[in-house]
Design a protein around this ligand. Structure first.
Ligand code: GAL
Length: 352
């Protein structure tokens, strides 16, 4: 911004009138567009100090329960979907890692026009004790729900990670609905191309194709898989990316024709340093870069773990980095970190 300003005021003094009008018009257009973009950025930046969304309340004055969340922007409304974490946290016995759990509480949905005021739209995908649909049993794991809209079928499609309490199933589940808020009908679960799938996200490209991105091969290697045209099934077109990097919590977004993928390391509920990669196509090749977070706390992603990157108001260069601040001893008390950032000539930094 500072350089732009300098450039604008480096105008030669002896301008002829026609130049004066052209320069004035350009200035008006530049200042106008800066104001519009600053407004949409501040809509998110004003949400809370330092991006710390604690507490994040809905319009009924209840704490928003939407963890491992994703956002769908559809017809001018933002829909937030997340894991409902409710009840006592317990430790699954005989595990070599801190396998803390709460009952799988299903998927919540909240709607908003401005990312500040959130209306509770109820439970988008419900779970039940002793559910006849195995994946929807409260005794299991349902994580990281993401929803995209299929304009050909006019259906809303949700993918999420479904697992047993030991994370041994390692599958993705898919559910579908005629309306954004649900309720969603569970279609089934799958190991895409026979591969393990744990932490996951969805990415819908401008050409309408959609991709499932998931931590596979015991979390060692991430996979990106093209979905079928109706988004309800994986295709056989998939690529192994970030091989042996042990990354999870993927969040993919696109800027200026390039694809960006933010991930976390694998330290369970404890935060670690994020990293990102840049690709020319969702299926790769992907180039690894370092930590996009800068400043104090960057080494632990500001005590948080990535879950989603939301393009703001569909404005080209502005995004919202969304992350979870897990409280592993009381998962219901986990909170959120939302930090807006701007892409500048292919570079971005996430800082508080
Ligand atoms: C994290 C993962 C979370 C959850 C947790 C432990 O690494 O990102 O979604 O699965 O492990 O269960």
């Amino acid at each position: 911004m500072a350089e732009h300003t300098r450039g604008i005021f480096n105008i030669p003094h002896l301008l002829r009138p026609i130049h004066y009008y052209i320069v004035s018009l350009t200035l008006i257009l530049i200042i106008g567009s800066v104001q519009i973009s600053a407004q949409s950025l501040s809509a998110a930046a004003d949400l809370n100090k330092d991006g710390d969304m604690s507490p994040l309340m809905d319009t009924d004055d209840n704490i928003i329960n939407a963890h491992g969340a994703g956002v769908l922007f559809h017809n001018g409304t933002y829909y937030l979907f997340g894991e409902i974490k409710k009840g006592n946290t317990w430790l699954v016995p005989d595990q070599v890692w801190e396998c803390y759990r709460v009952p799988a509480g299903g998927v919540s949905c909240y709607s908003s026009k401005d990312l500040k005021t959130w209306k509770n739209e109820g439970v988008a995908l419900a779970t039940y004790p002793n559910s006849p649909v195995r994946e929807l049993d409260t005794g299991r794991v349902l994580e990281r729900p993401k929803v995209i809209y299929n304009s050909k079928t006019q259906k809303f499609v949700m993918w999420l990670h479904t697992d047993d309490k030991w994370y041994g199933d390692s599958k993705c589940g898919v559910a579908v609905s005629d309306s954004a808020t649900g309720p969603y009908r569970f279609v089934g679960s799958v190991k895409p191309n026979g591969q393990m799938a744990r932490d996951m996200t969805l990415f819908k490209d401008d050409d309408g194709r959609a991709y499932l991105i998931y931590a596979s091969e015991k979390n060692a290697t991430m996979h990106v898989c093209l979905l079928s045209d109706d988004y309800l099934a994986p295709t056989t077109r998939y690529k192994r990316i970030l091989k042996n990097d042990n990354r999870e919590a993927p969040a993919m977004f696109k800027s200026n024709g390039k694809y960006f993928l933010i991930t976390s390391g694998c330290t369970g509920w404890s935060p670690n340093a994020a990293r990102y990669a840049v690709g020319r196509h969702p299926l790769g090749p992907w180039l690894r870069y370092g930590n996009p977070c800068k400043g104090p706390g960057a080494g632990t992603t500001f005590q948080a773990q990535s879950t989603f990157v939301l393009p703001l108001d569909n404005k080209k260069d502005e995004f919202l980095f969304m992350a979870d601040r897990w409280d592993k001893l009381d998962l219901e008390s986990s909170t959120y970190l939302w930090i807006p950032f701007t892409m500048n000539k292919g570079q971005f930094f996430i800082r508080r």
